[in-house]
Design a protein. Structure first.
Length: 68
């Protein structure tokens, strides 16, 4: 993981396609404004992990499929 310090109004560009700007900072939180192509969804890491876990669970074989 890389750590980049940004001041309010400064940003980062990831893979030349997604830019993120720091817009507000207070205590232990930072408000970020991602700018990405509209066809690309933007998820928080927590939501992405939930989606991945649900997909893994859906792919697990069931008892019924083991019988066949």
């Amino acid at each position: 993981m890389r750590i980049q310090r940004r001041r309010i109004g400064e940003g980062l560009t990831v893979a030349g396609k997604v830019s993120v700007e720091a817009v507000k900072s207070r205590a232990n939180t930072v408000r970020a404004a991602p700018d990405a192509p509209s066809e690309k969804p933007i998820y928080s890491n927590e939501i992405l992990e939930e989606l991945s876990a649900a997909a893994r669970e859906a792919l697990k074989p069931t008892e019924e499929s083991k019988i066949r």
